[in-house]
Design a protein around this ligand. Structure first.
Ligand SMILES: Cc1cc2nc3c(=O)[nH]c(=O)nc-3n(C[C@H](O)[C@H](O)[C@H](O)COP(=O)(O)OP(=O)(O)OC[C@H]3O[C@@H](n4cnc5c(N)ncnc54)[C@H](O)[C@@H]3O)c2cc1C
Length: 287
């Protein structure tokens, strides 16, 4: 299929973007890497009157340590984030996760901000943002607001972004020297969307796990933080942890949502498999 005819605007500054968003509201869509938006246009799942290309907006790019946080611009492509030495040092979970996203051609175009704003519940990076306690910076012509990753996702393909706002950057707390991270997913083929996946991190201090974060994806309508399981693992010795108690807690107050290929029960089973792998990695010192 071909998209419905639309007007194309190439923005070179955020002011250009806001000018069009303010005048067109819901009828305008920003274009980042285009890896979700362009297929949606072609299938007429999206039919905006106007598309604002943000690829030449320099303010949306860059990776730097600032104010004690790692700041990543929304328009940084997956491949750039994965190749960044700063990311490898300060947010290794992101570097671990990106090779699981689709294929190289998509990773060369798709952006961090596009993935987060698209809010596909089966996407890897929204779960990483939750695990890492990332802070999102949103801007419009009216000003800027910052919102925690946990407050950003509102459902399948839905976030709290207003039609006139864009995500400009994401701040990630710098990983402590004794932090550990784990990323894995179960998919039918390499590059497919996951049937279930886990982004996890913790601090392993004196052999004890602290600040344990277990963020699952492809199990619900948005990334899911497994609070009860995290509490079960918190403060436990990494090498002598009751792994089955942590796994049992995954199902406390949470029922995974089935999708076209995988039942809720199968997803809960996969969540346990991934949790055992994460805790084993955390105990072994190789995470
Ligand atoms: C074959 C294939 C396989 C894929 N497999 C995976 C996979 O395994 N895992 C995965 O996570 N993804 C996968 N994707 C999707 C891909 O990761 C997309 O790149 C990503 O979802 C969107 O990022 P983008 O930069 O391309 O954004 P775009 O497609 O340009 O935009 C996506 C949406 O976000 C909005 N948007 C983008 N940036 C901003 C911003 N800064 N502020 C506000 N709104 C914004 C756009 O208006 C649009 O609604 C796959 C895509 C394809 C085609």
């Amino acid at each position: 299929m071909k998209p419905r005819a639309f007007e194309y605007v190439r923005a070179v500054s955020l002011q250009d973007v806001f000018a069009v968003l303010d005048s067109h509201g819901d009828e305008a869509k920003v274009l980042a890497g285009g890896q979700s938006l362009v297929p949606a246009l072609n299938m007429r799942l999206a039919a905006p009157e106007i598309v604002i290309d943000m690829n030449a907006v320099a303010e949306l790019r860059g990776i730097a340590v600032t104010g004690g946080m790692l700041r990543i611009g929304a328009m940084n492509r997956y491949a750039e984030v994965a190749a960044s030495e700063l990311v490898a040092r300060h947010a290794p979970l992101l570097a671990r996760a990106i090779p699981f996203i689709a294929h190289p051609a998509i990773r060369n175009r798709g952006t961090l901000g596009g993935s987060l704003c698209n809010a596909d519940p089966a996407s890897e990076l929204p779960a990483c943002a939750l695990a890492l306690q990332a802070m999102f910076h949103l801007r419009s012509s009216a000003g800027e607001r910052s919102i925690a990753a946990e407050e950003f996702f509102a459902g399948t393909y839905t976030t709290v972004l207003e039609p006139t706002e864009v995500l400009v950057s994401v701040d990630v707390p710098l990983a402590a020297a004794d932090s550990v991270s784990f990323f894995d997913e179960v998919a039918r083929r390499q590059g497919d969307y996951a049937m279930a996946g886990l982004a996890a991190c913790a601090v392993r201090r004196g052999g004890v796990l602290r600040d344990v974060r277990l963020a699952f994806f492809a199990v619900s309508d948005m990334p899911h933080l497994a609070d009860a399981a995290m509490a079960e693992a918190e403060g436990q010795p990494a090498a002598d942890l009751d792994v089955e108690a942590v796994c049992a807690a995954l199902g406390k107050g949470f029922t995974p949502q089935e999708d076209l290929t995988t039942s809720g029960a199968a997803k809960l089973h996969l969540m346990k498999v991934l949790t055992r792998r994460a805790l084993t990695a955390f105990a072994g010192g190789e995470a």
